[in-house]
Design a protein around this ligand. Structure first.
Ligand SMILES: *Cc1c(COP(=O)(O)O)cnc(C)c1O
Length: 379
């Protein structure tokens, strides 16, 4: 049986976002962490799923998400304009030319340099506010954050600022798949020792956090009092072939068949003539290409689902289109929909599998689903 397709008038491709699946995955987080708090990571348009809709769903859920996390100011503004009034953490920091806007919207920036700290405090004080910030420590990621050795004096300075409330300290794991447990443990130990030094000095900071999805799923010591999952909310594990959690992929992607043609054996398909038919074949051209997020690496490698059957990608993936060998699916017609990511009955092609074939991870596949792909939300 083919699953019922929604109305797709005027769409060439759609991404169906199943918010109940998001709810299921959020319950999985809650079941793992008990009463601790959740910072839901919805950067990059909620990993391609649509940040405003995802945020609204999370905010309205019975399972409480105390904080939402995005990468950049412009993402946070989109959320405010979409009616999200609660705390939003800016996870890449507070550039000096954005300080007043951050204060105006009461966003919660991650801070790791003195210039931002002082500018935030001045701006917040002038507005008669106390702005919450989280101080970021680099314990081994080599990206953002203060070196552990500078953390303590910096936090002392931060808590003394009249416009600032230090709500959290955080760090980030260098192994999103926990591939090196001993390095992961070192990173945990360095944030924990900072936490106890702060306690000894009588500096009380509500949150200390570092647990991303893989830690939520497989590394309980890192939960502390707040966890920061992203990918697992959308139904995937950061660890390859990890089926230890009943996560449900939230997004299914479908594309329309633009053309079907019968071609002789020995016909070349697409740019570069990298594929030649081995028999008389039916070739479908579907409206989904690399501009929509289908990696060129899936040329002659990926599969889609047509009328419930797995069919191979043939030839090079183009910008707007991809060709499929649908010789074995005689009932497929022009105007029908094929599944690019998702399941039809027992046939499945999830982002994790596409990622493996394309030499990447599911994060990149999900975030890569382009703006041309219409998002539709299932209640
Ligand atoms: C993206 C991100 C996360 C979420 O990571 P997942 O692996 O998707 O769970 C958490 N913290 C920070 C700082 C991030 O940038």
């Amino acid at each position: 049986m083919i699953i019922q397709m929604p109305d797709k008038t005027h769409a060439s491709s759609i991404a169906e976002i199943d918010l109940r699946a998001l709810g299921n995955n959020l319950r999985q987080v809650r079941a793992q962490i008990g009463e601790r708090d959740i910072l839901a990571v919805i950067k990059a348009n909620a990993y391609g799923h649509g940040a405003v809709r995802v945020a609204r769903y999370l905010v309205e859920s019975k399972i409480k998400t105390v904080l939402l996390g995005v990468a950049f100011l412009e993402e946070a503004i989109v959320l405010r304009e979409g009616g999200i009034t609660g705390p939003i953490v800016l996870m890449t920091g507070a550039p000096l030319d954005q300080i007043d806007t951050i204060v105006y919207h009461r966003f919660t920036p991650v801070v790791y340099d003195a210039a931002s700290l002082h500018a935030l405090s001045r701006s917040a004080s002038a507005a008669g506010q106390r702005l919450s910030i989280h101080v970021k420590i680099d314990t081994g990621m080599g990206r953002l954050g203060l070196p552990s050795s500078e953390a303590l004096p910096f936090i002392r300075e931060a808590v003394s600022q009249s416009g600032i409330r230090v709500e959290g300290i955080l760090t980030h794991f260098a192994h999103p798949d926990l591939n090196d447990k001993s390095f992961t443990q070192q990173q945990l130990e360095s944030i924990q020792s900072l936490r106890s030094e702060l306690k000894e000095e009588g500096i009380e900071i509500p949150y200390c956090h570092l647990a991303n999805s893989s830690a939520v799923m497989h590394y309980e010591p890192a939960y502390l009092n707040l966890v920061r999952p992203g990918l697992m909310l959308y139904g995937y594990s950061p660890i390859e072939k990890d089926a230890s959690f009943p996560l449900k992929p939230v997004m299914q992607v479908k594309a329309r068949v633009l053309s079907i043609k019968k071609v002789a054996s020995g016909t070349s398909i697409s740019y570069g003539r990298t594929y030649f038919t081995q028999r008389e074949s039916r070739i479908a051209t579907v409206a989904f290409g690399y501009a929509d997020g289908y990696p060129v690496r899936l040329s002659n490698r990926g599969t889609m689902i047509a009328k419930g059957r797995i069919v191979p990608v043939v030839g090079r993936v183009c910008m707007d289109m991809t060709m499929l060998d649908v010789t074995n699916v005689p009932s497929l017609n022009v105007g029908d929909w094929v599944t690019v990511i998702g399941a039809e009955g027992d046939s499945m092609v999830w982002a994790s599998r596409l990622a493996r074939w394309a030499g990447t991870h599911p994060y990149e596949i999900l975030c890569g689903i382009g703006p041309r792909v219409q998002r539709r939300y299932l209640p």
